[in-house]
Design a protein around this ligand. Structure first.
Ligand code: IMP
Length: 175
């Protein structure tokens, strides 16, 4: 591969501001409830950590490890559940925390699986939404940023496991 370089797309300040807004909405919507937040690993770990520390309701957190890109820039078109949740979500209010919704295939697969466990409600929050790439009829309930069809890294998102530690979202380009 030719040399790659990154260009900032969304700054840390912009992300912090959106997370504050999202936390306010969730604190209001779930204040009388005891939701279970399911963090989709690996990409959502930084977004989830920052969002969850701003939530004030009585909540529980679980994790699911999924893979669809298999380290490449384009989705493999197949979603693998590498590790499942351990909390029983039967009759619970569930909120999934995702890093990015691209084609929507990952969420479609995930939703089908979670609904089979009869949650009382199921919502999705995502940091990023590549809306123009959607090829299934699944949309997030809360989105921080809608972005163009660009391959992005940082704030948890990777390219071949690199760049996850960037405190902002950047576009990965090739020279
Ligand atoms: P979907 O199934 O096509 O919606 O893909 C969702 C998953 O693909 C995300 O959870 C990410 O892991 C990965 N993904 C999609 N777009 C990007 C990107 O621009 N950078 C890094 N990972 C991405």
């Amino acid at each position: 591969m030719s040399k790659e370089f990154i260009e900032t797309l969304i700054t840390k300040e912009m992300i912090d501001e959106k997370i504050d807004k999202l936390a306010k909405i969730l604190n209001e919507e779930y204040k009388e409830k005891r939701p279970v937040f399911i963090v989709i690993l690996k990409g959502a770990f930084i977004f989830a950590a920052n969002l969850l520390t701003k939530l004030t309701m009585d909540l529980r957190v679980d994790f699911m490890v999924l893979s669809s890109y298999l380290g490449e820039r384009n989705s493999s078109g197949k979603v693998r559940i590498e590790e499942d949740i351990s909390i029983d979500i039967d009759d619970e209010d569930v909120v999934v925390i995702e890093d990015i919704i691209d084609t929507g295939l990952t969420y479609k697969t995930l939703k089908k699986k979670l609904l089979a466990n009869s949650p009382r409600s199921l919502k999705l929050v995502t940091l990023l939404d590549k809306r123009s790439k959607r090829n299934v009829d699944e949309n997030p309930d809360f989105t921080c940023f809608v972005i163009d069809d660009l391959f992005v890294v940082g704030y948890g998102l990777d390219y071949k496991q690199r760049y996850r530690n960037l405190p902002y979202i950047a576009v990965l380009k090739e020279e």
